[in-house]
Design a protein around this ligand. Sequence first.
Ligand code: FAD
Length: 415
Amino acid sequence: MTNRKDYTDNCESCVTKPCQIGCPLNNDITGFIRCLKKGEDEQAFHVLANTTVLMPLCGRICPHLQQCEGKCVKGVSYDRVQIGQLETLVGDEALENDWEISAPETTKYKVAVIGGGPAGLTCAAFLRRNGIGVKIYEKHDYLGGLLVHGIPEFRLPKTIVQKVVEKILGLGIEVEYGKELGRNLSLEELKSTYDAIFIGIGANNSNKMEIPGEDLEGVYGGNEILEYKTPIDYQGKTVIVSGGGNVAMDVSRTAKKSGAQRVIVVYRRSEKEMPAEKKEIAEAKEEGIEFLFLTSIIGIEGNGKVEQIEVLDNELVQKEGDSRLSPVPIEGSNHKIPCDYVMMAIGSHADDFVKDLPLKTEKGRIAITKSGRTSSAKIFSGGDIAGAKGTVAWASRSGRNAAYEIIKYLEEEII
Ligand SMILES: Cc1cc2nc3c(=O)[nH]c(=O)nc-3n(C[C@H](O)[C@H](O)[C@H](O)COP(=O)(O)OP(=O)(O)OC[C@H]3O[C@@H](n4cnc5c(N)ncnc54)[C@H](O)[C@@H]3O)c2cc1C
């Protein structure tokens, strides 16, 4: 950051703190910036650490314009307060200088956290900081969840994720890798050993389009490609990416950077309605990714493997009761686009076994109260698996909320 002073001086320390309201974690943004203005960087870290353990990560990849920065009284003008950059600065300094939040001795209570993504890591950290013993059970052989196997390296360096994870584990948290709920780990088994359980297993299975040809070779789920690093030969190929969110941007940019000749994002509404961050769309365009707006894929064709897609043009219509304009196909506008691969990035869903857990579910995800309680007294949940708003900060907030609710449960309700 070249102009730290400019960024901090832009902050007017508003009494109403709209930025704090816009931050899913409710970070005391004016408070930490006031410390930075005085050159008290370690104190700025402590102000932020009251509410977050993911500073250098949220600083880099939160959709700031839709959250804290979007609420700043300066608006989104050129001289707005660059909150994300300032949070990154403090988070990086904390890692470099080993600034600590210490955790007290463990009490008699022990909690199992299933899943080590933003929700699970945050829940574990806030529990441990409050003296509770914690063990994380994780299906992969690393922690971080989508911070590692979703958001690509070109947006979030994995060395930083690893350092943040190490810092969190340094609070005295145990981990067992290769443990997967629904496969070699059961709630029953954990219930008999732990005082409470937090489930934060995410929901990273790509939705299907339910159109003909989806089972052809060369059709992939975007979430799975990123998570399992599916080895695909992109060289000289044409890749169609269906969707308009951040996952579509990450999948298309990954394909282009891996050698694809053409990458075409097909989105059914117009650019204005695209849910992806403007910055991501701009960078994708700069990298040569093509966009086909107001277009729906209605079929995938090929002899055993993908050869072309059939699309229809749409017009946008305001339907009664809908907050967004709806795409309506224009009859007779069908045309075909030759391609080698089709990648779905139109949302994601939870693992199938979730609906068989002894817990109430809603739309395939675990139903929770605002504070993270499930329908079972001892079991709490948060993050994408419990329908959090699909960003790292929201997942982290629900992990933190659940940690405080678990503490309340342990102190007040456990027999
Ligand atoms: C490609 C992509 C890009 C994104 N970009 C952004 C972005 O730029 N900014 C942003 O704020 N958000 C972004 N998001 C959304 C954000 O990453 C998620 O909302 C957030 O990671 C959810 O956190 P979580 O802890 O609920 O789930 P996850 O991050 O999915 O973590 C779940 C953890 O549980 C583990 N697990 C899964 N199943 C089991 C099981 N059965 N047993 C044990 N462990 C299990 C997983 O391995 C993982 O470690 C992106 C998502 C994707 C897919």
